[in-house]
Structures are given as structure tokens and as C-alpha cells.
Design a protein around this ligand. Structure first.
Ligand code: ATP
Ligand code: MG
Ligand code: FE
Length: 345
């Protein structure tokens, strides 16, 4: 079974070919155009997908050494994401399906992030738990089979990636700031500053309070986490405070984000009794999170899994592996299927 997969939910145009569950190619074109705006501009993203999609698909086929006529099906990201971006991938996949007379498979982007864990040779066994931490989502997912998943908990406001990116913005770092916080944090003292841990019920998360406390912390140049009628530091003092303490601030914020995530993951494992535990999503590239996750796994006798970096951030490889399992389950889409910005599970 040979699947061509297309991912275009946000600002990565990606195509992948997978044969019998083995990824043969995973080509990713990242759109640089958004950097200057400090975030993804939807209209520009759609246009860039239009420009990228033909060469990216061609390269994925070529790298895999596969002719179009050998394809068994074409899979694409149906939801969630930016609607203009999704439309480009969806229309392209439908056209290919029609032209080659092969079935179409619609893939849920967040389920695909989870199933990226089925790409390596050493895979988790079902049922497993997955902590998905990406730019737009933070979820604990119970994965019962490749086609049966349930969200046990998720963020009620910002995603973990947003917490990293918004913190970076407050610190004057360029977008996306997550990788930079990671870098500076490695040089800093995580116990230097104490940011609050929110008390959120069940297995849900919240990160917006952390952002506010960082904002107040900076406006008071580190002397207070609370809003006072007037903030204590001038803009110049804030800049100087950041410059002198950047590594420790990054390390302290990162440590708090990690403890918020892992405390809930620990709770999920205790509640379900499941000890096969995966990470997924772009934030799982964070070196502090990977280390703390692995250490927690050793402490609680979990078997832990983290996809390699290229399958953590947006990529079509994860769409291809999900498409492969949907193919095996005979789960095909009709040509009238529509992409959607939001998605039910
Ligand atoms: P979604 O899947 O929810 O729609 P997305 O696919 O756009 O979102 P990803 O590409 O999975 O998100 O992840 C991007 C996020 O990962 C960004 O917020 C980025 O800052 C963050 N990120 C990437 N590397 C690191 C790192 N080393 N440390 C912390 N955050 C990181
Ligand atoms: Mg991206
Ligand atoms: Fe994603």
C-alpha cells in the first residue's frame, strides 16, 4: 500500500510518501515570509502553499522513487487549521484522486500528531497516552487504536507553544520564540524566579495566567509578580533587567511550563493505569521537556516515546502514517469532503 500525503494546515507545505507503514520521503517547505510579521499571516500562507505544493509533491515522489501511477491513495489534512491553507491541500488532493482514480483519505491533523509515534520502528503498544504540545494545542490523548482516540484533557486558553512564543515576545525575542527560550534556558538557573502554577480541574491546562504573571514580573523588573497601580520599572529598566537576567528568566519560565505539563501527564497515567506514554507536537523539541519527560518516565516505570524532530513539527509524514492506518480500516472520504478550520474528534 503506497500513500501520498499532503499537509498544509498552517505555514508548512509538506508532502510524504509511505509504503506499508514505512516513510519513504517527507519533504517540508517552511514559509519564511511570516517572520517579519511576528506570526503567521493567513492570506500569505495560502499563497505560499499554492506556489509550493507542486514542487513539494514532485520532490516527495522523486525522493521516494515512486511514480504517480503506483499510488494506492492520497491523504490530506482536512482539519483543524487555517481554512485558506487547508483548502489548497484539499483541492490538490482531490484533483489527484480524481485524475489517478485512487481513493481519498481525510486526516485529522491532531490525530496525526499523535500517530507520528507509530513512524519509528519501536512503537508504543495500545492503549497509550500522548501529550500533544504544539503551537495551537495542548492535549492529553488516550489512543486505543490507530483509529480510536479520545481527548482526556486540554488547554482552556493558550497552548504550550503559545506560552513559549508569547513569553519570547515579552522578552523582545523574534518569532517563533520557543526554540530561543530553550537555548537560553540551557544556560540559566530554573530555580531563580518562581512563577505560579495554576490550579485547573481534571486533566485540563491553562497558560494565560502564566503569561500575565510574566508581564507583571517584567514591568516590575523582577521585584513583584502582581499588578500594582503603577508598575515599578521604566521601559529602560525593564530592558536592562531582561538583558541581565535573560537566561535565568527563560530557564524559570520553561521549568514552570514543563511542570504544568508533566504534573497533568502523571495524573493521567495514574488515573488510567497506562504506562506507555508518548510526546508529540512541535514543543516536544524542547530539550528541557524531553529530559524531564524521560526522567519522569524512569521514576514511574513508564515506557516513553518521542518522535524524531522532523515528525514533531508540522509534516506530511504523520499524515501519511495516519492515512495508511485509515486505508487499512477502509476509512475513505468522498470527493465532496470539505476542509474545516475546527475539528470534532
Ligand atoms: P497545531 O498543530 O496546534 O495547529 P503547529 O503545528 O503550528 O500547531 P507545531 O509546528 O507542532 O505547531 O509547533 C510549533 C510550536 O513549537 C511553536 O510554538 C514553537 O515555538 C514551538 N517550539 C518549537 N521548538 C521548540 C523548542 N525547542 N522549545 C519550545 N518550543 C518550541
Ligand atoms: Mg509551523
Ligand atoms: Fe501541527
Amino acid at each position: 500500500i503506497t500513500i501520498l500525503a499532503i499537509e498544509s494546515s498552517c505555514d508548512e507545505t509538506s508532502a510524504s510518501v509511505c509504503r506499508d507503514g514505512v516513510i519513504l520521503s517527507n519533504v517540508i517547505a517552511t514559509q519564511a515570509v511570516h517572520e517579519q510579521y511576528g506570526g503567521v499571516v493567513p492570506e500569505l500562507a495560502s499563497r505560499a502553499h499554492m506556489q509550493n505544493i507542486v514542487p513539494v509533491v514532485d520532490e516527495a515522489l522523486k525522493k521516494a522513487g515512486i511514480e504517480k501511477t503506483e499510488l494506492s491513495a492520497v491523504a490530506f489534512t482536512q482539519a483543524p487549521g487555517l481554512i485558506g491553507s487547508l483548502l489548497v491541500g484539499a483541492q490538490f488532493a482531490k484533483s489527484l484522486s480524481l485524475a489517478l482514480d485512487i481513493p481519498l483519505i481525510a486526516v485529522h491533523h491532531m490525530q496525526a500528531h499523535v500517530l507520528a509515534n507509530l513512524i519509528p520502528e519501536e512503537k508504543p503498544s495500545f492503549p497509550f497516552l500522548c501529550l500533544t504540545v504544539s503551537g495551537g494545542h495542548t492535549q492529553i490523548v488516550l489512543c486505543e487504536s490507530a483509529t480510536q482516540m479520545k481527548v482526556l484533557g486540554e488547554t482552556i486558553d493558550d497552548a504550550a507553544g503559545e506560552a513559549f512564543d508569547k513569553t519570547a515576545k515579552l522578552l523582545g525575542l523574534p518569532y517563533p520564540g520557543g526554540p530561543l527560550i530553550d537555548k537560553y534556558a540551557q544556560l540559566g538557573n530554573p530555580d531563580r524566579f518562581k512563577f505560579p502554577e495554576p490550579q485547573i480541574p481534571e486533566l485540563n491546562f491553562s497558560f494565560s495566567g502564566l503569561k500575565t504573571s510574566i508581564l507583571y514580573f517584567l514591568r516590575n523588573a523582577g521585584t513583584s509578580l502582581v499588578y500594582k497601580e503603577e508598575f515599578l520599572a521604566s521601559e529602560e529598566q525593564q530592558r536592562q533587567f531582561i538583558a541581565e537576567n535573560l537566561n535565568d528568566i527563560c530557564a524559570s519560565v520553561q521549568q514552570r511550563i514543563i511542570s504544568i505539563l508533566l504534573n497533568k501527564l502523571k495524573k493521567a497515567s495514574q488515573q488510567t493505569g497506562i504506562k506507555q506514554i508518548c510526546l508529540a507536537g512541535g514543543v516536544s523539541a524542547n530539550s528541557g521537556l524531553r529530559k524531564a519527560f524521560t526522567e519522569m518516565g524512569e521514576k514511574y516505570h513508564w515506557k516513553t516515546f518521542i518522535p524524531s524532530f522532523e515528525y514533531c513539527t508540522d509534516n506530511a509524514g504523520m499524515i501519511a502514517i495516519t492515512g495508511y492506518h485509515k486505508f487499512l480500516a477502509n476509512d475513505f472520504a468522498s470527493l465532496s469532503v470539505q476542509p474545516s478550520a475546527r475539528a470534532e474528534w
